[in-house]
Design a protein around this ligand. Structure first.
Ligand code: UT7
Length: 331
């Protein structure tokens, strides 16, 4: 048998930098009252959301992703020709093929990078980060650019009382690269396809063509809420255990921004100390699907609420159903 060389790489990986982009249109809760029977008070109390950002003139998933990625590359201070892989996590690129990541890589001036899209909904960023960590540690790329970009406003059913007000648009990106100490803990991830009908696209392409209507996003909010506050709560604990980190060692908590009440339940479950910094970007950004975690991370770091080098727990969960989480060192 011919011996085949295996790839080898550095012992550890870490996140070097984060960048994000928010679109220009600010949409408050009042906006939805012309379409659904609701109130600003109900939306704020039941979700935490006061406003969200939607794309406006000239903005789209490509412009947002490029802006977030550009910031991350610049802040990492690396030579972009050393980025060997570009991963875009999204459910908002409304083309079956080609993927958007190759085009983004070319537009960012990254030559000949492996580039592909990941479809893991609100867990997409953590899925991409897990892959990036493995790619770096196996030596298959020196640096990996992970982008999460979403424009869920384009598939939001504005007349649906259960989802109209939930989602926002935006993008976040990180550079992952080699490290002398470990900065990304083992991923805890999984899926449950028996719950495919809990968050869904209202029509596939065939149905969309015959009905003439662009598909929307549907969700059984109560079921997702229950799953997030029970199964996902246990998964957060597993992320800490796998990383060998105890709740009192945690400094920052960045759960997927789906609902402030879900975040509150996870906090109670983990019994995190009072001084842990908790992401609450949902309040002014809404739920940005795959992009919530890097967007919230960037906001906490640039506002000074969190600091580089702190230990953070991140976890994403959503349509599939799928989930993924890790303990990380903040860039
Ligand atoms: O990112 C992907 C993951 N997504 C999530 O994690 C979302 C998880 N789910 C949620 O965040 C929540 O389920 C929602 C915010 C979507 C809904 O909140 P809820 O507390 O689960 O509402 P519900 O469906 O249980 O309804 C409670 C009450 C009902 O009234 P009654 O029967 O108690 O009188 C509804 O009719 O709230 C009423 N209601 C509303 N009232 C005003 C439902 N929707 C609305 C509305 N405005 N838009």
């Amino acid at each position: 048998m011919t011996e085949i060389k295996a790839s080898t790489g550095p012992a550890y990986a870490r996140i070097y930098s984060v960048g994000s982009a928010t679109p220009s249109r600010v949409i408050d809760n009042e906006y939805f009252l012309q379409f659904i029977d609701s109130s600003d008070e109900w939306i704020t109390q039941r979700t935490g959301i006061r406003e969200r950002r939607w794309i406006g003139e000239g903005e789209n998933i490509e412009t947002l992703s490029l802006e977030a990625a550009g910031k991350a590359i610049e802040r990492a201070g690396i030579d972009r020709s050393e980025i060997g892989a570009v991963i875009l996590s999204t459910i908002s690129h409304y083309h079956q093929t080609p993927a958007l990541a190759p085009k983004l890589a070319t537009e960012l001036g990254i030559p000949d990078a492996a580039a592909y899209d990941v479809s893991a909904a609100c867990a997409g960023f953590c899925y991409g980060l897990a892959q990036a960590e493995s790619i770096v540690r196996s030596g298959q790329a020196k640096y990996v650019l992970v982008i999460a970009g979403e424009t869920i406003s384009e598939i939001t059913d504005i007349h649906d009382r259960g989802t109209a007000f939930l989602f926002g648009d935006g993008a976040g990106a990180v550079i992952v690269g080699p490290s002398e100490t470990n900065g990304i803990g083992p991923v805890v991830w999984g899926s449950d396809g028996s719950q495919e009908g809990v968050i869904w696209q209202t029509a596939d392409w065939h149905q969309a063509v015959s009905s003439g209507e662009f598909p929307k996003l549907g969700m059984d909010g109560r079921s997702v809420f229950k799953w997030a506050t029970s199964f996902i709560a246990q998964a957060t604990r597993k992320c800490l255990d796998e990383a060998g980190v105890s709740p009192d060692q945690l400094e920052v908590f960045i759960p997927h921004q789906a609902n402030d009440r879900i975040t509150d339940t996870l906090l109670r479950y983990l019994k995190l100390p009072e001084n842990v910094v908790v992401a609450r970007s949902i309040r002014h950004l809404g739920n940005n699907s795959a992009a919530t975690i890097p967007m919230a991370m960037d906001e906490l770091l640039t506002s000074g609420q969190a600091k580089s080098g702190q230990t953070a727990l991140i976890i994403g969960f959503g349509a599939g159903l799928v989930y993924a989480g890790q303990v990380i060192t903040l860039p």
